[in-house]
Design a protein around this ligand. Structure first.
Ligand SMILES: C[S@@+](CC[C@H](N)C(=O)[O-])C[C@H]1O[C@@H](n2cnc3c(N)ncnc32)[C@H](O)[C@@H]1O
Length: 210
C-alpha cells in the first residue's frame, strides 16, 4: 500500500477529532476528582486532551520542510497528534516512537494506528516516559512534548545527548505554569533559541548554531 496516498489517516483523524469534542465533560470529571487528591494522568483516562487540527497541520509542515525522520513523542493519548506526525513522516520516510503511561489509552491508540494503516511506522512504548525512553540512543530530529508538564525538564535533560544541530523540541501547553518554569530553566543555556506559536500555547526550542 502507498502510504503517501493513504486516505485512512484522514478518515481516522476526522473521526477522532469529532469524538474529541466530547472532551469537555471528561475533563470536568477529571478536574473534580483532583479537588480531593493530587491530579493524576489516570483521572483523564477517557479524555483525548489533544492538540488542535491547526497545530496538527503545522506539525506536518514542520516535519516536511525540515525533512525530519526521527520523531519522539511524549504523551500519545489516543493518537491524534501521533497521526499528524505520521502524516509528516510518511513523506520523509521517517518513523515515530511515542509513549503513553495509561495502558488502555495506548491500546486504543495502537488500534487507531492500525485503522489509519500507519502502525508500521509508529512504535508505541507503554509506561512512564522516564523509563520507556531511558535507553534511547538514536538521534532525534523532533521531540514532541505533550505529556504531564512536571516531566518536561527531566525528559528534555535525559534526551538532550540525542539532539543534533537541527533538532526542534515542540513544547505543547507551553503557557502552563510548570512549562514556563521548564522554559525558564532551559533558556539559561544559550545553546537554545525559542520561538512562540499559537499565542504562546506552543514554543519551539531550536539549537543556536551561531
Ligand atoms: C495532553 S495528553 C496527549 C495528547 C496527544 N499528544 C494528542 O495531542 O493527541 C497527555 C498524555 O500524556 C500521558 N502521560 C502522562 N504522564 C506520562 C508519563 N509519565 N509517561 C508517558 N505518558 C504520560 C497522559 O496519560 C496523557 O494521555
Amino acid at each position: 500500500m502507498d502510504l503517501v496516498k493513504n486516505n485512512n489517516i484522514e478518515n481516522t483523524l476526522n473521526y477522532l477529532l469529532s469524538d474529541s469534542k466530547k472532551d469537555k465533560y471528561k475533563i470536568i470529571k477529571g478536574l473534580a476528582k483532583s479537588m480531593f487528591t493530587p491530579m493524576q494522568p489516570s483521572d483523564f483516562k477517557d479524555a483525548y486532551l489533544s492538540i488542535s487540527k491547526k497545530q496538527g497541520e503545522g506539525l506536518v509542515q514542520l516535519i516536511k520542510s525540515n525533512n525530519f525522520k526521527n520523531i519522539v513523542e511524549f504523551g500519545t493519548s489516543f493518537g491524534i497528534s501521533t497521526l499528524y506526525l505520521a502524516k509528516g513522516v510518511i513523506e520523509t520516510q521517517g518513523h515515530i516512537i511515542t509513549t503513553e503511561l495509561i495502558e488502555s489509552k495506548a491500546h486504543k491508540a495502537i488500534e487507531n494506528f492500525k485503522k489509519a494503516r500507519v502502525n508500521t511506522i509508529i512504535e508505541v512504548r507503554i509506561g512512564d516516559a522516564m523509563e520507556t525512553l531511558k535507553n534511547h540512543r538514536a538521534s532525534i530530529d523532533l521531540l514532541f512534548l505533550d505529556g504531564w508538564k512536571d516531566l518536561y525538564l527531566p525528559i528534555f535533560q535525559m534526551l538532550e545527548p540525542n539532539f543534533n544541530n537541527n533538532t526542534i523540541v515542540y513544547v505543547d501547553n507551553a503557557n502552563m505554569e510548570e512549562s514556563l518554569a521548564f522554559l525558564k530553566t532551559v533558556s539559561q543555556n544559550k545553546k537554545y533559541k525559542f520561538q512562540t506559536e499559537f499565542n504562546g500555547k506552543v514554543v519551539l526550542i531550536t539549537i543556536n548554531n551561531k
